[in-house]
Design a protein around this ligand. Structure first.
Ligand code: HSE
Length: 305
């Protein structure tokens, strides 16, 4: 057994427009890396954090740290971990950064266990990190991060959904910050029956469209009538960019998680390129930097390096 193990965990999109807290998708491209070393005492030491200045090195206040403390406690480990974190995903970007650090830490630490734990057990531990980050143990970032692909959280089960190969994903990350905790506070605790019916129609239509490989049904169904109307104003330019993308015939355009990042589902690489140019030029004209990435879905998820 080597002394140090590094894991990479990718960025993810929570909600995927129509599935608040129950749908999540794994992006190709950006991600966090965590290197874990076994230490004698059953404790967690955060040695270093690169790429993000505002994160705490107190393991109880860091998603990678808190999930390892939970692992040590629950598994009654006699040893602990020293970790180094390389953040590739900015905080408050809507790309599942807190989930990625937690998942990478757990996956790497799992290699030091006599009997490594299953993904579903790692998923349970990773939820501790989400609770710390957003005040709520939603699994729609940690699950796609661990399993890859597009997943549905269904009564405690992770259901892997099909994702048509022709769909190109455009990820847009304007350099703005939206804190998920705050973005959850703007939501209402009660919804109107007519909105419930519409959202159910859209969720069912979207999932059916995926199974049937039907771009028309996917496009018709990719609309969030519950959460997006309350959150869109938190991300400058989102509604405008969504309109611009729709005018180009995009399959779907939504906030990634609680924003400010945005996801566009495109019918071709050419369409993704075109929408990328349009949205990027809008943000640049507003003096806001933007990173974008075009790619297929990441069906692999987190991995050891
Ligand atoms: N489901 C979560 C939310 C995702 O929308 O608050 C956050 O990435």
């Amino acid at each position: 057994m080597t002394n140090k193990v590094t894991a990479f965990a990718p960025a993810t999109c929570g909600n995927v427009c129509v599935g608040y807290d129950i749908l999540g998708l794994c992006y190709s491209g950006a991600g966090d890396k965590v290197t874990v070393q076994k230490i004698a005492k059953p404790e967690v030491i955060i040695e270093s954090i690169e790429g993000e200045d505002s994160l705490s090195c107190d393991p109880k206040k860091n998603t990678a740290g808190i999930v390892l403390l939970e692992l040590i406690k629950e598994q009654k480990l006699s040893f602990g971990f020293s970790i180094s974190i390389e953040k590739g995903i900015s905080l408050g970007s809507g790309m599942g950064g807190s989930a990625a650090s937690a998942v990478a830490a757990l996956l790497a630490a799992n290699s030091f266990l006599e009997t490594p734990l299953s993904k579903s057990t790692l998923l349970e531990y990773s939820l501790k990190g989400e609770e710390l980050a957003s005040g709520h143990a939603h699994a729609d970032n940690v699950a796609p991060c661990l399993y890859g692909g597009l997943v549905l959280l269904s009564n405690g089960e992770v259901v892997e959904l099909p994702f048509p190969k022709f769909i190109q994903i455009l990820l847009i990350h304007p350099h703005l910050t939206v804190n998920t905790k705050d973005a959850r506070k703007v939501l209402k605790s009660e919804i109107k029956m007519k909105d419930y019916v519409k959202q159910s129609e859209n969720l069912a239509g979207f999932i059916t469209g995926l199974y049937k490989n039907d771009p028309g049904l996917i496009k018709k169904s990719f609309e969030d009538v519950l959460v997006e109307p309350l959150r869109s104003k938190l991300t400058k330019g989102f509604s405008h960019c969504q309109e611009l993308a729709k005018a180009e015939g995009v399959l779907g355009y939504a906030l990634s998680g609680s924003g400010p990042s945005q996801i566009a589902l495109c019918e071709s690489h050419e369409q993704a390129d075109n929408i990328n140019k349009i949205v990027t030029s809008y943000y640049e004209s507003e003096g806001i930097k933007v990173d974008t990435f075009i790619g297929s879905i990441n069906s692999e998820g987190a991995k050891l390096l």
